[in-house]
Design a protein around this ligand. Structure first.
Ligand SMILES: Nc1ncnc2c1ncn2[C@@H]1O[C@H](COP(=O)(O)OP(=O)(O)OP(=O)(O)O)[C@@H](O)[C@H]1O
Ligand SMILES: [Mg+2]
Length: 228
């Protein structure tokens, strides 16, 4: 189980002011939960939360624990947590534009046993097997997003933290990616997905909303249409 308690987070902005994002927020991913959507208004703090959960940001107050043991807020322990357990799809993809798709996906590997065939397998899954020797800079936005997804999956992580992973995709491609995510859930991979997409929300087991500096469970199901 992943648990983050009494989370306080603020940013110091370049103009000298402080921007608060979380005030005594709590988050947990229970052992049986395979997928969780994080929703909320633009600027509410979804990406900030995912960066903290994935161990990319240690500048917060609160206690983060994994399987009941606290994760120390230092780079070496967080780096080990990321390496051993986490696949990350960031909102800006962070790909290397001048390298091939295959090379970019290989950068997500941790085990020396990961082969180019493994990388090809994941490029195949996201529908890019024909372009694997292309450079990332030659791709469309949605193609680049799918490379970032393949890179997160190639290490077969315990958790995938995905920040709007279908934000650049058309509906059919979004469906295909969600199908991959669901298949991997059957293999034990668990997903935390920040999203604005109702489709993504509807396939997740639980929905957590960032609202008023807190994290609150959102009622799920099709009966709630008050936004439409
Ligand atoms: N490095 C930073 N320095 C200062 N402020 C930041 C920084 N990163 C994020 N913020 C601020 O923190 C708030 C939360 O940002 P965040 O990126 O988490 O929002 P979000 O919910 O992911 O939004 P979106 O749906 O647009 O992706 C925003 O007001 C943003 O301006
Ligand atoms: Mg964001």
């Amino acid at each position: 189980m992943l648990q983050l308690t009494h989370l306080h987070k603020s940013f110091h902005e370049s103009n000298g002011s402080t921007r608060q994002v979380f005030d005594d927020a709590d988050f947990r991913l229970l052992p049986h939960e395979k997928s969780l959507a994080v929703v909320g208004r633009s600027g509410a703090g979804k990406s900030t939360l995912l960066r903290i959960l994935s161990g990319l940001d240690q500048q917060f107050e609160g206690l983060y624990s994994f399987k009941g043991a606290p994760l120390a807020q230092n780079e070496s322990e967080m780096a080990a947590f990321r390496r051993d357990h986490v696949g990350i799809v960031t909102q800006r993809y962070e790909l290397l534009p001048h390298r091939s798709l295959l090379n970019n996906v290989m950068l997500g590997a941790v085990s020396p046993r990961t082969t180019r065939e493994d990388a090809e397998h994941y490029l195949d899954l996201v529908g890019l097997s024909d372009s694997k020797r292309k450079k990332v800079r030659e791709l469309s936005g949605g193609e680049a997003q799918r490379v970032a997804i393949a890179r997160a999956l190639v290490k077969n992580p315990d958790f995938v933290f995905a920040d709007e992973p279908t934000g650049a995709l058309d509906e059919a491609t979004e469906d295909a990616v969600l199908g991959i995510f669901q298949r991997l859930q059957g293999e034990g991979v668990r997903f935390v997905i920040a999203t604005h997409s109702n489709k993504v929300k509807s396939v997740c087991e639980r929905v957590v909303r960032v609202h008023n500096y807190k994290l609150v469970d959102d009622p799920i199901g099709k009966q709630h249409h008050h936004n439409q």
